[in-house]
Write a protein that binds this ligand. Structure first.
Ligand SMILES: [Zn+2]
Ligand SMILES: [Zn+2]
Length: 143
């Protein structure tokens, strides 16, 4: 009886926290990029009652917390996200992405700062690192 009640409480709490459901999804898909729509579709398929605005709001918050990499895909112009718990400050450094496998590389801060400074000095452009993704082919995919 007690066990069942505890389970129910956990379940209802779980339901009120879409953030947890979203994070769970992100963790399961840490290696791939996704769009807000992907998450929405997945949660809806799982029988979750969640609205699109909630998904967007949570993604925005996670991005502000530095847990997500966010970028615009050049060919589709869709906003893509990728989860990156271990790197923390993903809104403060630049990323490189493999065009073949989609793998994300978190670029060294010092290296990026040097790059930023040079672009600023030479071209007068202040690079927005959090939105900048360099694309290319990774070592694995070159084999
Ligand atoms: Zn990062
Ligand atoms: Zn690759």
């Amino acid at each position: 009886m007690d066990g069942k009640r505890a389970g129910e409480i956990v379940k209802s709490e779980y339901k009120t926290k879409p953030r947890n459901r979203i994070i769970e999804y992100l963790k399961q898909n840490a290696d791939i990029k996704f769009t807000a729509r992907d998450i929405y579709n997945k949660l809806e398929k799982d029988g979750e009652t969640i609205n699109r605005a909630t998904v967007y709001r949570n993604l925005e918050r996670l991005y502000q917390e530095g847990k997500l990499i966010r970028y615009k895909e050049s060919d589709s112009n869709a906003t893509c996200y990728q989860y990156s718990e271990n790197h923390g400050q993903c809104n403060h450094h630049m990323h490189a992405q493999c065009t073949e496998c989609g793998k994300i590389f978190h670029l060294n801060k010092e290296f990026v700062e040097e790059f930023e400074e040079k672009v600023h000095l030479v071209y007068g452009v202040d690079v927005d690192c959090s939105k900048t993704v360099i694309v290319g082919k990774c070592n694995e995919c070159k084999k």
